[in-house]
Ligand binder design. Structure first.
Ligand SMILES: [Ca+2]
Ligand SMILES: [Ca+2]
Ligand SMILES: [Ca+2]
Ligand SMILES: [Ca+2]
Length: 374
């Protein structure tokens, strides 16, 4: 709430005139009177019959704030030590301001008896006239002000709405839970607004097409293996949007060493053969390759359960052995893949493998090949 700037001197008002107007209006409903004669600032709420602001003879100032929607049935009397701030409240009768008291009406589009008064004017002589104005919400108000002194009309300070700030909560890094990637919970609830406005919409774009895929603060999206850029725009309760904020979602696989044909370095594969291609998944100090389920071995990008890359052997007894193929003392997983299945992929120079461990960890790895005949 703004402070009253400076006192304006007022003459005592002719109450008899005001009372006559009151009676003519037939306004007889009885509400309580309220007297504010102690130091401080009071904000009116609800309805009143008469309101007395300040008390003649005090040495301190009593300020009463009359917000839009507050109605005083009869009148507001401002004493010599009173200050009244009006934002849009109404009176059945009007306001009288004693000499020494002050009155500030906050608004815009002021007029006295229908004649516009330029905005920015700080004081206007009213006499016994009607001051009209509009408040910050654009609502029209008017008051009969029974004073031949002056009222301050400071004009509304325009408070510009500031844009909210999006916080997408990333970057997000998760392990893949399947070859399709992983479900990731995105959380934009740390987004904020410098004006304290509510955030009413969270527009997530997780596929880069410019269209929102969710408008909730938090939601679960399915993300592919690899890194995806996602963008969040939030909108405040006044409809103003934030700048877009981008973060990444990284769905990782465990990189495992792969050696196609451990006995060979050029890894020649004759795709016309109906034999098998031996492939070793190598253990390391932080990964035990024998935890890979040989039945899940496949070429990257294919569903694990389609069986397009076959590990030769009976279904529950694949041709897979646990042996240390590279002599580093760590037992590796050694499988044999059907060449004719590999041939279906028209492989060129690199084989990218994927597999699942028995615990569901997605692993991937690759090795080069030389295909014959070309
Ligand atoms: Ca705002
Ligand atoms: Ca989208
Ligand atoms: Ca090799
Ligand atoms: Ca080994």
């Amino acid at each position: 709430m703004k402070a009253v700037n400076g006192g304006v001197k007022w003459q005592l008002v002719c109450f008899g005139v005001l009372a006559a107007i009151c009676l003519a209006g037939g306004n007889a409903q009885a509400y309580v009177d309220a007297t504010f004669d102690q130091p401080g600032t009071y904000t009116l709420s609800g309805d009143y019959e008469n309101v007395y602001v300040g008390a003649d003879g005090n040495t301190y100032t009593t300020t009463v704030v009359m917000e839009a929607g507050v109605h005083v049935n009869n009148m507001v009397s401002v004493a010599s030590t009173g200050a009244l701030e009006v934002y849009g409240g109404s009176c059945g009768l009007g306001v009288s301001v004693a000499a020494g008291g002050s009155m500030v009406v906050y608004g815009e589009n002021y007029a006295v008896d229908g004649t516009p008064v330029a905005e920015g004017i700080t004081e206007v002589s009213l006499g016994f006239n009607t001051l009209s104005w509009t408040d910050a919400a654009g609502t029209s108000h008017s008051l009969f002000i029974g004073s031949d002194e002056m009222v301050q009309l400071p004009g509304l300070a325009v408070e510009e709405n500031q844009a909210p700030a999006a916080d997408a909560g990333g970057p997000y890094v998760v392990d893949a839970t399947s070859w399709d990637g992983a479900e990731v919970t995105l959380n934009g609830s740390a987004s904020s607004d410098p004006d304290g406005d509510d955030i009413v919409s969270y527009e997530w774009d997780i596929d880069g097409d410019g269209a929102a895929d969710s408008t909730q603060a938090s939601f679960v999206g399915l993300f592919p293996i690899g890194a995806s850029d996602i963008t969040l725009v939030v909108v405040d309760s006044k409809g103003l949007a934030s700048e877009p904020v981008t973060t990444t979602v990284t769905v990782s696989t465990w990189e495992v060493g792969v050696d196609i044909k451990p006995e060979s370095t050029d890894n020649t594969i004759n795709m016309g053969s109906n034999g098998v291609v031996p492939v070793a998944f190598l253990s390391s100090s932080d990964f035990d390759a024998t935890t890979i389920d040989p039945l899940t071995v496949t070429l990257r990008g294919e569903d694990f359960n389609t069986g397009l890359v076959k590990v030769r052997g009976k279904k529950q007894n694949p041709m897979a052995t646990e042996t240390d193929v590279n002599g580093d003392g760590l037992i590796d997983l050694y499988v044999k893949l059907e060449t004719e299945k590999l041939a279906e992929y028209e492989l060129d120079a690199v084989c990218d493998f994927g597999a699942l461990t028995y615990d569901g960890l997605v692993v991937s790895g690759s090795d080069s090949i030389t295909v014959v005949p070309q």
